[in-house]
Design a protein around this ligand. Sequence first.
Ligand code: NAD
Length: 506
Amino acid sequence: MSQPSSYIRPELSDARLAAPRRYKMMIGGKSVDAQSGKLIERESPGHNGKIVGIWPEASADDVKLAIGAAREAFDNGPWPRMSGAERSAIMLKVADRIVARADELALAECLEVGKPIAQAKGEILYCADLWTYAAGQARALEGQSHNAIGDDRLGLVLREPIGVVGIITPWNFPFIIASERVPWSIGVGCTVVLKPSELTSGTSIMMAELALEAGLPEGVFNVVTGYGDPAGQTLAEDPRTDMIAFTGSVRVGSHLAEIAARQVKRVGLELGGKGPQIVFADADLDAAADGIAYGVYHNAGQCCISGSRLLVHEDIRDDLLARVLDISRRVPFGDPLNERTKIGAMISRQHLQKVEGYVEAGQSEGAEVLIGGASESADGLFFQPTVFTGVRPQMRIAREEIFGPVLSTIGFRTADEAVALANDSDYGLSASVWSTNLENAMQTIRRVRAGRCWINSVIDGTAELPIGGYKKSGVGRELGRYGFDEYSQFKGIHVTFGKPPAWFGG
Ligand code: NAD
């Protein structure tokens, strides 16, 4: 076993860590604290013990106030009744403000999540593009008309906003996940209460502040900060929310689906993944090795669409692994504030220990660690880039979401075997195929049951294409044109011309 040689020790005296940023929630267009005055302090996971953000700890009553504000804005406010063009103009201004404040947003996201500063900046600019796309579509949303249902009849299908949407997000990509949902829901005319993760709430609050500055009417976009229970739980249970859009773990997602089922409330779920990366013998091995390393190490592996299962043709297994190991040895990991860093911190000590537990489980079940396998946690919560080989499909490291920079390698001989291995999972969020034979790649990816797929790429994304899960990875789709349907309901109107038919002889 070898060791990565590219750890960058964090500078704990960095001036950007000097003072924590103090946030307030956004309820009905006002910046407010929790009624109890309670606060949550966030320590940077990349810089031991440094508090970088402070936000309110909402009670159920605070959340109910926010739902009331969103309800009022939906039922009586201007937003759902505005033209698409008016909504679009405001959303474009939000995008402009995101670009103008990108450095500030990126720093907050970097410090709260522990992700590399350069990555955080790229993510913020990507989010500006998500807002821009959604703004464009917001004035192009349409229903249908049916002109061939009889000479005296016309059918109309109206697209209407579903109402008040409770959006609950996880800690790993706070700004992206909120930007994949808020503009799509408000673009249709909904109003929103967003509850970000208690660990990384700052940039979601900043997003609501920017939206208010851009002219979004009060009460359309509310943010409450606090713990899953009571804050998220109240959002789901309150009958005044018409929909819950949840991104996070299968455990919490299925719990929220039960609450929604009891109330017959719509629910969108984007949950976990165990993404396969299928590499055929004819793949460009340098490109594949780079993609495999990026796919599993991006965001320190804390990525729902991580390519954490490497399924490799036996003929190239050794060659490919040698290249992946070479990258793993060299890739800079550590200090999130260093511009060179590619892999930042794990979100919490508890999560770091969970990843360590998986590495132990893999070894005790007989898999071999080729590189890494340990943490570097003297000054932050870092885990080494780690590659396992000799993994069998029934092992825990092949089946469960590790959510760390840990790759599990399994060999295959035929395309049928590769597809069977790829589909041998409770999850179906993402998948990659690496092959220079496009026909082979297409035929393979068609048979893989996953919602977000790549050929000769990984973790790619664009506003135009839908994302979402098969199987336990979720229900519903975000982004693209499909994303607007999630937050719409459709009303059929039958118009009759002339005298109506005589139903009972009258
Ligand atoms: P989590 O499920 O623990 O928490 C997600 C959110 O739910 C947080 O805001 C949390 O406060 C809230 N929550 C917790 N208990 C709740 C309750 N009883 N009622 C309402 N809300 C509650 O997930 P996490 O640890 O923040 O994130 C990691 C998980 O998220 C992983 O499984 C990952 O795969 C998944 N994830 C999925 C996607 C996707 O797009 N599919 C994206 C990112 C993360």
